[in-house]
Write a protein that binds this ligand. Structure first.
Ligand SMILES: Cc1ncc(COP(=O)(O)O)c(C=O)c1O
Length: 429
């Protein structure tokens, strides 16, 4: 019997792109050093996953569904076990929360409930880039999910540096002009205005308005990723771009992975842009979705819908306790860095102090590469993410990312003390 051996070169070229290996690489290092304290995962705090009463939430959503659609309990329950509409089942509840909490005024039918924010990114990119004639601008360092989706779809990327105030608007304007002159204009720009992953930047209100004006001037669409907006300190939330968007230039993407739980795999996209005379971008995304995942699991949607309803249909109320814990962890992480490394300048190690999100960006005086991570893990029992994973090419980087979401108080303290020992002993700072 012969084995059909596949030549890697005979498979899609994106499979050889390093970005596809970035998550696997970190999982592999974590598996090899199970006792290490890991500042790598951007996953929610595991303590939040205990005691999620899926039955209660499902019941709560079923009552709502029976009421909203005037269905008997049997018919309502069946909806959870059947194939569902590609557009989703909880659109009304999510649209209500976006209006209440974020000032986003979107009709339920202009939302698509997706398999996490990742599917939303993929569908939007598929729809917006019919050919490779146009390009996607991204702030660098960039979330690998966007880079990976673009690579799978053969979409050209233009990296624009990120400042503490989000994407550098002058650099973006220059990139738009250069791309247009080169005959491959920028069709859309991906940004995460509230606490970007991995850089932790947050756009000021003024920068948000400037970005919208730039999008009008240069005629591109904005893909807004709002995964970490809920982590803002109480009373310090800023309006998302979509709430400021008077031209329907913004496609808004969110997820329940961090504010509820990631195993649900429920996210959403607001795509109210008209397409032709009678359709919207949401209609097109739902059509695409019907050929990718068909529909997002109705059971998972029911649990998430029920969780939202139990919190008065408010994303802010749903996220309040979690946001407080992430704020606490971020403060602890920055305070521990200060305690162990001083103000930074003397050691050549510096870091930012984000106002929210999961991540702190640390600058080293040497390349923060995979070889250095191996030393950190083997000799000091502490893991972090090399920032090179978030670049568009394989250029080295002297930065690394520390995530505080997955650890408890004690682990943060011990982890930073190990991290400081690693820096002192291995890079001589
Ligand atoms: C910035 C950003 N966008 C999107 C996602 C993907 O979210 P989901 O798990 O809902 O697919 C993540 C996940 O960590 C993220 O950090």
């Amino acid at each position: 019997m012969t084995t059909s051996h596949l030549d890697p070169a005979s498979l899609h070229s994106s499979l050889r792109d390093p970005v596809l290996g970035s998550i696997g690489f970190l999982n592999e290092v974590m598996a090899r050093y199970p006792d290490a304290i890991s500042f790598a995962p951007g996953a929610p705090y595991p303590g939040f996953l205990d005691g999620i009463d899926t039955e209660r939430y499902t019941r709560r959503f079923l009552e709502h569904l029976a009421d909203e659609q005037r269905l008997g309990p049997v018919k309502a329950r069946r909806l959870l076990f059947e194939y569902g509409p590609s557009r989703g089942l909880i659109n009304g509840v999510v649209a209500g929360a976006l209006r209440r909490d974020h000032g986003i005024d979107a009709a339920p039918e202009t939302l698509v409930i997706t398999v996490g924010a990742q599917e939303a990114l993929f569908l939007v990119l598929r729809a917006l880039f019919p050919t490779s004639a146009e390009q996607l601008a991204v702030a660098v360092p960039c979330f690998p999910g966007v880079v990976g989706a673009a690579r799978l779809l053969g979409i050209g990327l233009v990296g624009v540096r990120e400042t503490a105030d989000g994407i550098d608007l002058d650099a973006l304007e220059a990139a738009c002009r250069a791309a247009r002159h080169a005959g491959r204009p920028i069709r859309a720009c991906y940004v995460a205005p509230d606490f970007a992953n991995p850089g932790g930047s947050r756009m000021s209100p003024e920068s948000r308005h400037q970005l919208l004006r730039l999008a009008t001037r240069e005629d591109f669409l904005l893909l807004e990723d709002n995964v970490y907006g809920f982590t803002a300190a109480s009373g310090a939330g800023l309006p998302p771009l979509k709430a400021l968007d008077s031209e329907q230039r913004v496609i808004h993407i969110g997820t329940f992975a961090k504010v509820c739980f990631p195993g649900a795999r429920v996210g959403y996209v607001v795509a109210d842009q008209p397409v032709g005379a009678r359709r919207t971008l949401a209609d097109e995304l739902a059509a695409l979705k019907s050929m990718v995942t068909v529909n997002t699991s109705p059971l998972a949607q029911a649990v998430i819908g029920g969780m939202l309803l139990e919190h008065g249909g408010s994303l802010a109320r749903l996220g309040r306790a979690k946001s407080a814990l992430y704020q606490r962890n971020l403060t602890l992480l920055c305070a521990a860095l200060e305690r162990h490394l001083g103000a930074g300048e003397a050691t050549g190690v510096t870091w930012n102090r984000p106002e929210g999100g999961f991540f702190v960006r640390v600058n080293l005086p040497v390349p923060a590469n995979e070889a250095l991570l191996e030393i950190s893990a083997a000799r000091h029992g502490v893991l972090w993410t090399p920032m090179s994973h978030f670049h568009l090419d394989d250029t080295g980087d002297t930065q690394l990312r520390l995530s505080c979401s997955y650890l408890d108080t004690e682990e943060i303290e011990t982890g930073v003390s190990r991290f400081a020992a690693f820096l002192t002993q291995e890079i001589g700072s």
